[in-house]
Design a protein around this ligand. Sequence first.
Ligand code: 7TS
Length: 405
Amino acid sequence: MDIVDIRKHFPILDQQVNGRDLVYLDSAATSQKPLAVIDALSTYYREYNSNVHRGVHTLGTRATDGYEGAREKVRKFIGAKSTQEIIFTRGATTALNIVAQSYGLANVKKGDEIVITYMEHHANVIPWQQVAKLTGATLKYIPLQEDGTIDLKDVEETVTSKTKIVSVMQVSNVLGTINPIKEIAEIAHKHGAIMAVDGAQSTPHMKIDVQDLDCDFFAFSGHKMGGPTGIGALYGKKQLLEKMEPVEFGGEMIDFVGLQESTWKELPWKFEAGTPIIAGAIGLGAAIDFLEQVGLENIEAHEHKLAQYAMDKMSQVEGLTIYGPKHRAGLVTFNIEDVHPHDVATVLDAEGIAVRAGHHCAQPLMKWLKVSATARASFYLYNTEEEIDKLVAGIIKTKEYFSNV
Ligand code: 7TS
């Protein structure tokens, strides 16, 4: 599929915003949805809306097949061994909270260490702060290199025999850094710690193989990869998930309920209390089919090209600071000298260009960068070099506008 064909799958892109063609450069916050996903949601609600795992009636069976079929698609997409290792969640945040509250609280004690990095999203910071507070463990941070990458020597120095959990993002939502997860997992395992991965910014853009990474847990969100909001998944190694207690209790997750005691269903359902996110899972399955049709290698290569093109063009603009390494995923975070990023985003919006401004839910990283906020343009399979030209023109216009006020 070439870029013209790809864009036809995303009807939202074909519109004017503030009198200009929309240039959507905020896919790291949430991606746009292809027609296949919109249609899958509509078909579910129009034709076979029903609860799952309950009735024997025909619609219920269809809904269950759709929901469990989506689980198999996720399994294959990230290279897990078994669907028992795939738990549907509300997104990456919920997935990481399950790891912290279930595995973390049961396996971390006073004096132990939990290791993360300075570049983590709050979703991979605060759940661990809570575990540290409740258990008396220490939360340690792997430092960053000048260019926003991680040196494995620093990982070796930070992870010790007291470390029980290492939790690291695969791709930074601010710097675009691609972290060496496989190597970090190896170091974690050498010290007897488990490795959790925040895959929110990697899963939409590159081929994931959880077995090759040898991570113990892997979290991601569907809405950043063409799927609906409110659905994501947690992968966990079966032998770990089997020993873990659920964090939510109620219908659907039980085997037998007595007056004082109950037993849980087998994996993965013991972690899915209540009516699950049926339409969301089916929509996520459709998103996976679409991404596979385009090809993850093609998506990765396209975004890499866009990021390099954007870096080249943007670095020619005087007074512009770009954060993060040269080799990066498809996003560019920047600041214009003496202009607040919210003003940058406002002027760009007037040009029909959507970028995000703020701390990007990464305040420890902002502190490390010594800024309070930045602007960020993030790309996906539907973006073009022409759109980047418009971004650069918009940035120059913003600079000129503020140099005259
Ligand atoms: N981890 C990373 C690396 C993220 O970028 C995000 C969302 C999350 C976790 C949380 O995902 P959620 O779907 O559970 O909310 N990041 C962003 C962003 O960069 N701009 O808006 C949301």
